[in-house]
Design a protein around this ligand. Structure first.
Ligand code: SF4
Ligand code: SF4
Length: 83
């Protein structure tokens, strides 16, 4: 099943509550509650990756969204596929 609407996840065991992610988020999707960052407004997240990049504790992970496009032309046949 394809991944739909991937969102940042925050590991609260790693988060120190430094607020860097909250302050850099361009859409105010993040907030700080009880000294931990939370994705309070997931509908506002544009998946810009800024929060992940700025976090000094590597507490934020953004799952990659894999989009399958059309098959590339001129590739050799897949030997694992049967005729
Ligand atoms: S930048 Fe990282 S450590 Fe700082 S508040 Fe955000 S998630 Fe927590
Ligand atoms: S990926 Fe960008 S928009 Fe989404 S929560 Fe992080 S900083 Fe905000």
């Amino acid at each position: 099943m394809p991944v739909t609407n991937p969102l940042p996840t925050i590991d609260h065991n790693l988060c120190t509550g430094c607020r860097r992610c909250v302050e850099i988020c361009p859409t105010q999707a993040l907030a700080q509650i009880a000294e931990k960052a939370v994705l309070l407004h997931p509908e506002l997240c544009t998946y810009c990756v800024a929060c992940q990049d700025v976090c000094p504790e590597n507490a934020i992970a953004l799952p990659f969204m894999i989009v399958f496009g059309p098959a590339a032309p001129n590739l050799p046949p897949d030997p694992t596929e049967s005729e």
